[in-house]
Design a protein around this ligand. Structure first.
Ligand SMILES: NC(=O)c1ccc[n+]([C@@H]2O[C@H](COP(=O)([O-])OP(=O)(O)OC[C@H]3O[C@@H](n4cnc5c(N)ncnc54)[C@H](O)[C@@H]3O)[C@@H](O)[C@H]2O)c1
Ligand SMILES: [Zn+2]
Ligand SMILES: [Zn+2]
Length: 395
């Protein structure tokens, strides 16, 4: 089969691999019809190299058609149309029972001290071959795959794999009080969708912040007050306070993560780790602060006293200096983590099945490209060229 493989910093290629086979009774093989490119893939593309190996297959936002199931998979049959959550979870352990599928105790990557295995996501998360491919082996298929009906285009359902539950969890964890206000930092796919969900759930005031004009414009069409960071720079805190009765918003979602613009020191550290031999670079990333914490610091500044910050942007360093004094003094509540996909699917399914398409999923992708164009897709998405916000790869 053909699949997108990581080869080095900003170097992905489409290579030929042996077709995956059923390895365990709980596996399924799915023929992929679409797989998204995610902001999390960009971390692998740019700075997570020390945790990657040349030939690792990328991708974790898939849907497709079941080709074959293992003997223990009784809920699926050949020909079923399915969306696959980005995390691999068993559905029956202590953590899964509590809706914490990204902490699944059956698939936890214990040798790395990490949570549940993820598709296409570094040695830290089990080095499981990803979904930007013609075929995908799906472990724990007795639980993970979400069956969806035939008929509507892939765009209706594909975001159940990651974007929708991640954005939903971001808003749920932000815990905006009734009549309250929410700031969403970053209007990439995750932040954009978090804004739409917040508006749909009747959050009274949603303010989005980014620095890419077409991303700001997309948010505005969903009733978001979108502010261009380039226009306000450090005044942004004052501007937002003025919009929120002088206190700051009740809640802030950080949908930016470790590659925020505007943090020169950490950018140098990230650049250095990109060029060190892997063993040294891994140590440096694990032991030192390499995140660009600009967005998180801004969230801490912005949020009102006693408010809540919900982090969905991914961070990766172990010793990043944090303003503990401010966090403590402002009595800020902080929630974060990879999204627990199946925890939110029942809330979201009715919305993506609704003819009126309240979250605008049918027009959410800006580009649909053949799998073979993956190198261009990554470059375009990373550099935000050609209006790229969400790219789907279609084998
Ligand atoms: N928690 C999860 O389960 C989960 C799932 C998917 C993605 N993510 C993470 O969410 C984040 C966003 O993903 P995405 O797909 O939307 O990617 P993205 O890279 O397209 O989005 C990031 C956005 O932040 C903007 N930005 C950069 N610096 C900023 C700053 N200082 N202030 C405000 N905005 C800034 C960028 O212009 C961009 O639009 C990534 O870190 C990704 O890894 C987390
Ligand atoms: Zn993702
Ligand atoms: Zn489990």
């Amino acid at each position: 089969m053909r699949a997108v493989a990581w080869h080095g910093k900003r170097d992905v290629r489409v290579d030929t691999f042996p077709d995956p086979k059923i390895e365990h009774p709980t596996d399924a093989i799915v023929r992929i019809t679409s797989s998204g490119v995610c902001g999390s893939d960009l971390h692998l593309y740019e700075i997570m190299g020390p945790f990657m190996e040349a030939g690792d297959i990328l991708g974790h936002e898939p849907m497709g058609i079941v080709e074959e199931v293992g003997s223990a998979v009784t809920n699926l049959a050949t020909g079923d149309r399915v969306v696959i959550p980005f995390q691999i979870a068993c559905g029956h352990c202590f953590m899964c029972d509590r809706g914490l599928h990204t902490q699944c105790e059956t698939t936890q990557v214990r040798e790395q001290g990490m949570g549940a295995a993820l598709f296409g996501y570094t040695k830290l998360y089990g080095q499981v071959p990803g979904s930007q491919a013609e075929l995908l082996r799906v472990p724990q298929a007795q639980f993970g795959p979400i069956k969806v009906p035939e008929g509507p285009p892939d765009d209706r359902f594909i975001y159940l794999s990651d974007v929708l539950p991640t954005a939903w969890q971001a808003v749920a964890y932000a815990d905006v009080p009734e009549g309250g206000s929410l700031v969403v930092l970053g209007l990439g796919p995750i932040g954009d969708m978090a804004c739409r969900i917040a508006r749909h759930l009747d959050v009274a005031r949603v303010i989005g912040i980014d620095l890419v004009p077409e991303r700001l414009e997309r948010a505005r069409t969903f009733g978001v007050e979108a502010l261009d960071l380039r226009e306000y720079d450090t005044d942004i805190v004052k501007v937002v306070r003025d919009l929120t009765e002088g206190r700051g918003p009740d809640s802030v979602v950080d949908a930016v993560g470790m590659e925020a613009h505007g943090a020169p020191v950490a950018k140098v550290a990230q650049h250095i780790t990109g060029f060190l031999p892997d063993a040294l670079a891994t140590k440096l990333m694990e032991k030192a602060g390499v995140d660009r914490l600009t967005a998180f610091h801004l969230a801490i500044e912005l949020v009102r006293r006693g408010g809540t910050i919900s982090l969905s942007g991914v961070y990766g360093g172990q010793a990043d200096p944090l303003p503990m004094l401010t966090l403590f003094d402002k009595q800020i509540q902080l929630r974060m983590g990879q999204a627990n996909v199946k925890r939110w699917v029942d809330d979201i399914l009715p919305l993506v099945s609704d003819d009126s398409d309240p979250l605008g999923v049918e027009s959410f992708a800006t580009h649909r490209l053949p799998l073979e164009d993956a190198p261009r897709a990554y470059e375009m998405f990373q550099k935000k060229q050609d209006g790229a916000v969400k790219v789907l790869l279609q084998p």
